[in-house]
Design a binder for this molecule. Structure first.
Ligand code: ADP
Length: 483
């Protein structure tokens, strides 16, 4: 891996402003999913070291929250400037450990940075309010204050953006934060932390603990000092963390599994529907929580849409994300490939039709052919489970009510997409969908300005946007008696 600034490549954890090995010298290899090459041996912290990080976060909180929002915003802006300056190195590290194409990795670094830039500004806009009192001799006020020490546990599919989407609002609000990145992708997190150090984010304000997830998670959840946990990952682990946080009544943000439906009506613009499906389904090789997982296509447009989609999918280029022109990197690991294969086999055994792809790619490893499957039905695993891979399953449908019912028939509720040119339907269907986010005639909905999050078992809370900082603030009511 060629970096312009090799000192961004860190393999120790960041505790209280210092780079540290694990107590017992334990390390875990981080590998490149495109080549199998070991990139680094990353420190595995003990539970006691995570505990020490909590102590440092509590110490650092005192002076960090005492700064004005404007002062904290200035520090965040410096961090953002350094990230922009080192965008290429960060993208290279990200592609090396995660597998996505370098173009997507560059895009992710810019997207990640957009949260820091946004919340650097929002730090200045944390506002309270004055209420009208029912008593003439009283004045009633509401102020907002930082929650305190917070923790984040993040996944491997967006090694940069899932970190900044949590760290930026936390730090802007005046909280300190301990981040436990995914074990598959800690190197991007550590590089971002190196830049945070250079930007002058004080020791203990942002710390990165690497190591065994369950042990670190338990320490963070059990601690009464940690007042909030923000988690992005599977619904299963989210449920476990929620239970672990119950004894200390921690505030929680949970961004969990998706299973996003796409509904394409007969009146849709075919070009934009195909472009939207491609963008939503095949980004990061299908490994995002807002990726289209179930594509419902009305029968009148079904043959034309299927043919166009197959042509677009066959034009994708699979390979090492570092290579020019590659659009599809490898899947993250063997388990991911096994799940994709199991979903395809299940559908084909129940009468679905293979339209293209369907098999591991000739490149070997965890590369998989971009796939389209037709005639998928509600009894197949595609209907109920998140596939998290490059497979587009097409479900034919007859009418609007049926499509909405099928789209809502899941315990998940993160993102949904609708393609229609009918103006009334553009309102009616999104309003009937039980999802936190709906794209209408688009497959790309994420940006720093919008509130990202789900309903039902897709999670709690919203990230990004002017609402995102509230997740790190407590309201305090003041009652002043003048008599
Ligand atoms: P994914 O399927 O995307 O890997 P996970 O929910 O397993 O989703 O992982 C998301 C994050 O949760 C990762 O940082 C992982 O290390 C962490 N994690 C997994 N299991 C636990 C656990 N028992 N306690 C705390 N964190 C965990």
């Amino acid at each position: 891996m060629q970096l312009n600034d090799p000192t961004l490549f860190r393999h120790q954890a960041l505790i209280n402003g210092e780079w540290r090995d694990g107590d017992h010298g334990a390390v875990e290899a981080v590998t490149n999913p495109a080549t199998g090459e070991v990139l680094a041996e990353v420190a595995q912290l003990s539970a006691a070291q995570t505990g020490a990080a909590i102590g440092s976060a509590a110490d650092a909180l005192v002076s960090w929250r005492a700064l004005t929002g404007k002062q904290r915003g200035v520090v965040l802006q410096k961090w953002a400037a350094l990230i922009e300056q080192h965008q290429e190195d960060l993208a290279v590290i990200l592609t090396a450990e995660q597998g996505k194409s370098l173009a997507e990795a560059r895009g992710e670094i810019a997207y990640a940075n957009s949260f820091i830039i946004w919340f650097a500004e929002e730090a200045k806009r944390v506002e309270g309010t004055v209420l009208q009192s029912p008593q003439a001799h009283q004045r009633l006020l509401v102020i907002k204050q930082a929650i305190g020490v917070t923790a984040a546990i993040t996944p491997w599919n967006f090694p940069a953006a899932m970190i900044t989407r949590k760290v930026a609002p936390a730090l802007a609000a005046g909280c300190t934060m301990i981040v436990k990145p995914a074990e598959q992708t800690p190197l991007t997190a550590l590089a971002l932390a190196e830049l945070a150090q250079r930007a002058g984010i004080p020791a203990g304000v942002l710390q990165i603990v690497t190591g065994p997830a369950a042990a670190a998670g338990k320490v963070l959840c059990d601690s009464p000092v940690v007042r909030k946990l923000s988690f992005t990952g599977s619904t299963e682990v989210g449920r476990l963390l929620m239970a672990q946080c119950a004894p200390t009544i921690k505030k929680l943000s949970l961004e969990l599994g998706g299973n996003a439906p796409v509904i394409v009506f007969d009146d849709a613009d075919l070009d934009s529907a195909v472009a939207g499906i491609m963008a939503s389904k095949f980004r990061n090789s299908g490994q995002t929580c807002v990726c289209a997982n179930r594509i419902y296509v009305q029968r009148g447009i079904y043959p034309a849409l299927a043919a166009r989609l197959v042509a677009s999918v066959e034009a994708l280029r699979v390979g090492n994300g570092m290579e020019q022109g590659v659009t599809q990197g490898p899947l993250i690991d063997d388990d991911a490939v096994a799940k994709v294969r199991a979903h395809i086999d299940d559908a084909l055994s129940q009468g679905a039709t293979l339209l293209t792809g369907g098999r591991p790619h000739a490149l070997g490893g965890t590369f998989f052919q971009p796939t389209v499957i037709g005639d998928v039905t509600a009894s197949m695993r595609f209907a109920r489970e998140e596939t998290f891979g490059p497979v587009a399953p097409l479900f034919p449908f007859d009418d609007e009510a049926q499509a909405v019912a099928m789209a809502n028939d899941t315990e998940f509720g993160l993102a949904a997409y609708v393609f229609t040119r009918d103006a009334a339907r553009q309102w009616r269907v999104p309003e009937a969908l039980e999802y936190g986010m709906v794209g209408i005639n688009t497959g790309l909905i994420s940006n720093e300005v919008a509130p990202f999050g789900g309903v039902k078992q897709s999670g709690l809370g919203r990230e990004g946007s002017r609402f995102g900082i509230d997740e790190y603030l407590e309201m305090k009511y003041l009652c002043l008696d003048l008599s």
